[in-house]
Design a protein. Structure first.
Length: 206
């Protein structure tokens, strides 16, 4: 079983409003991210909530996801949310995808390509990369689960990548979209513009 953890507990300080609840693609930012994960071949999705948890729950109403509370969300550290999600996973989980709730450029196609790479490339960690820069989401074999639960307090999952550099497969992606999150109003406008550009018809009106 391959499971996704969606850290969604942050306080959105730079945005000024709850960024995960902003409108996006006919849903909300968090709703869109979760919809893409559910459209992929992932077998279960865990959403870790904290700040305005009830509002996030309502935004995800009707979707087949499992909600996990992060009681320590005010520290605003993603690793704490990831650990909450890892603690909720069942023993059957063989790999974990960490997909931050503020990355609306994540697509089902990207997730499926990462899952395929994990099974065929002989590496235990897969990360999308563009021109040498790594982005999100991050997929890792469940053998690293305990390591993430107990280590990398100050560096987060970057520490996992550094500690196991020889077990990382960089999945080349054609553009920089998976590298960007939505932290500020400028970021949000950028993602809306990207979405609008994708909706434009092709050169022959298709």
């Amino acid at each position: 079983m391959i499971s996704a953890i969606v850290p969604s507990a942050g306080r959105s300080r730079r945005m000024g409003v709850h960024k995960l609840l902003l409108p996006f693609a006919g849903a909300t930012v968090i709703g869109h991210v979760v919809d893409e994960l559910l459209r992929s071949s992932l077998e279960e999705v865990y959403v870790v909530v904290g700040h305005e948890a009830d509002r996030v729950r309502r935004a995800l109403f009707g979707r087949p996801v499992r909600i996990v509370d992060n009681p320590d969300y005010q520290r605003n550290e993603m690793l704490a949310s990831i650990r909450c999600g890892l603690g909720a996973l069942g023993a059957a989980c063989r790999a974990v995808l960490v997909a931050p709730g503020d990355h609306p450029a994540i697509t089902a196609e990207l997730v499926d390509a990462m899952i395929q790479a994990l099974s065929t490339r002989g590496k235990g960690i897969v990360v999308p990369a563009h021109n040498g820069r790594r982005g999100h989401p991050l997929l890792f074999d469940a053998r690293y689960r305990q390591e993430v639960l107990t280590g990398y307090d100050r560096v987060g999952l970057r520490g996992l990548l550094a500690a196991h550099a020889d077990d990382v497969f960089d999945l080349a992606v054609p553009d920089a979209a998976p590298l960007g999150d939505v932290d500020s109003p400028e970021d949000y406008r950028r993602e809306l513009a990207r979405l609008a550009e994708q909706a434009l018809p092709g050169p022959e009106g298709t």
